[in-house]
Design a protein around this ligand. Structure first.
Ligand code: GUN
Ligand code: ZN
Length: 490
């Protein structure tokens, strides 16, 4: 087993240290894809961008006699002239894309072993999304047999187990379970490139979650083919640790300039909005005219975004980063909303104490912290007269009113005792002055929950709400359990 030590966590994301035969790598990280036949941006230069590990394609090296013989003689690190850890892919993707792979699982694995790969990959079958079930099951059968075979072939080198199953979540779950049972050093989620290309980020979220739930938590997980930085916050939040990027070069070839929130046609740019070494030393025209400069910029911003993701794990505000980034595209927002549906699950992995909660829009109403708060409403033991008010000022309670407990209502959390005004998360949550409907609904659901939890106790509830909340249907529900009064907005 490769040693993998987790150092910081936020949501299901983590910063980890992976020890490979060629040294340690800090995750999450991106492995630039090196094509040994092109090598326009050289493997040895990748370090300056922030790369700690590379990935190359064993099949492409194997296919050509020259590169095959050199790799066998001197090893993959010598061939790429680089001593960084190198993962080797098997040619599955070529199999998928061009159907021209003439090599067996055993052959390509033995080759990877001989050339000294730091992570070998078996010849899995990437089933495309929305394939029919029969095909997905058939492909998965073959893939799993090859995984089993790989485990018996590879003894000394680290080995990746690949999860397939197309868009069938039960097949993904089954696939993950089976590879976890076989036991690998790295687990890779495959067959998602077409989903990334079509911006089907909600489906991608489902697939990552179905796979992650059935993989060992203490092992690194690679998301195959996810090289565009706009997906990093979401994918890392769901527990992906390794990424590979051919995107930097492919986008450059397509004259695309990558930014953390999307892609621009480089020919449309009047200015370079970035301050990387390329964009701060060259003119727009020079970047437009030189595909290598464009690829270099793409690589700089790719690594920059991963550093931003890592810092937000340390600060424990990865959800906020996801919310900000996912506002860039409706398709990314679909991904975020899909992630919010898994809040209950994420909540289980999420460390309990955090930094201040910023409400950044509807998805914030379904954050794991909000769900955790709701799950703990049964911890308040109440008796006597209880005031629940949406007005957060105690001064509004008149002298003659005697309440045994006062709860303030802060959206999206709902009721919290005045004594917790300074405590995490409710007390410290920063919410906009104008409350949106989603936050109001979740807050009122939690008021209702507190009332219902105490309905058989000897408690008399008074619920006061600001007139700006008037007309919300849940207020009528609340009326069944409490004396309800509207207050004028101030
Ligand atoms: N590269 C992109 N997708 C895949 C995949 O599903 N399997 C392998 N082995 N490589 C990939
Ligand atoms: Zn730049």
């Amino acid at each position: 087993m490769l040693e993998f030590e987790i150092r910081h966590k936020d949501l299901m994301g983590r910063i980890g240290k992976l020890r490979t035969p060629h040294g340690s790598v800090e995750t999450p990280t991106i492995m630039p894809v090196i094509n040994p036949n092109l090598m326009s941006l050289k493997a040895a230069d990748m370090k300056q961008y922030g790369a700690e590990m590379l990935i190359t394609n064993a099949y492409i090296i194997y296919r050509k006699r020259n590169s095959r013989e050199e790799a066998i003689k001197n090893g993959i690190h010598s061939l790429l002239r680089c001593e960084m850890p190198i993962m080797t892919d098997s040619g599955s993707y070529q199999l998928y894309e061009y159907k021209d792979v003439e090599v067996s699982n055993r052959e390509i694995l033995e080759f990877q072993q001989r050339i000294g790969s730091d992570v070998c990959v078996p010849l899995d079958i990437p089933t495309p999304p929305y394939a029919n079930r029969e095909r997905a099951e058939g492909d998965l059968d073959v893939t799993l047999r090859r995984m089993q075979e790989a485990r018996s072939i590879i003894q000394d080198n680290p080995l990746a187990g690949v999860v397939q199953g197309s868009t069938f979540l039960d097949l993904r779950a089954e696939s993950a379970k089976r590879v976890a049972d076989i036991g690998f050093d790295v687990y890779a989620i495959g067959g998602v490139v077409p989903l990334l290309a079509s911006y089907a980020f909600d489906k991608l979220v489902d697939i990552i979650v179905a796979s992650k739930m059935n993989l060992p938590l203490n092992a690194p997980v690679h998301l195959f083919g996810a090289g565009h930085p706009m997906i990093f916050p979401l994918a890392v939040a769901l527990g992906c640790d390794l990424f590979d990027s051919a995107a930097y070069a492919l986008y450059a070839k397509g004259r695309r300039y990558i930014t953390s929130d999307g892609t621009r046609k480089v020919d449309d740019l009047q200015y370079l909005p970035c301050s990387c070494p390329v964009c701060s030393s060259y003119s727009v025209k020079e970047v437009q005219e030189d595909v290598d400069l464009l690829a270099a910029h793409n690589l700089w911003v790719t690594f920059e975004e991963m550093r931003i993701v890592k810092q937000s794990i340390v600060e424990r505000n990865l959800w906020e980063l996801c919310e900000r980034r996912c506002r860039a595209y409706p398709a990314l927002l679909n991904g975020l909303k899909q992630m919010a549906k898994y809040s209950a699950l994420i909540e289980k992995y999420d460390p309990a104490t955090k930094h201040p909660f910023f409400y950044l829009g509807e998805s914030s109403a379904h954050r794991p912290e909000v769900l955790r708060y709701s799950n703990r409403l049964d911890r308040f033991s109440l008796a006597g007269n209880v005031l629940i008010t949406t007005n957060l000022k105690e001064t509004d309670i008149t002298e003659e009113e005697q309440f045994d407990h006062v709860f303030f209502v802060k959206p999206p959390f709902g009721p919290y005792p005045a004594e917790l005004s300074e405590s995490y998360p409710v007390g410290q949550a920063e919410i906009p002055a104008e409350v949106d409907d989603e936050a109001m609904t979740v807050a009122l659901q939690n008021v209702l929950k507190l009332l219902e939890l105490n309905r058989n106790r000897n408690v008399k509830f008074v619920f006061r709400y600001d007139s700006s909340w008037e007309g919300h249907p849940l207020i009528e529900e609340i009326r069944k359990y409490a004396e309800v009064k509207v207050m004028e907005s101030n």
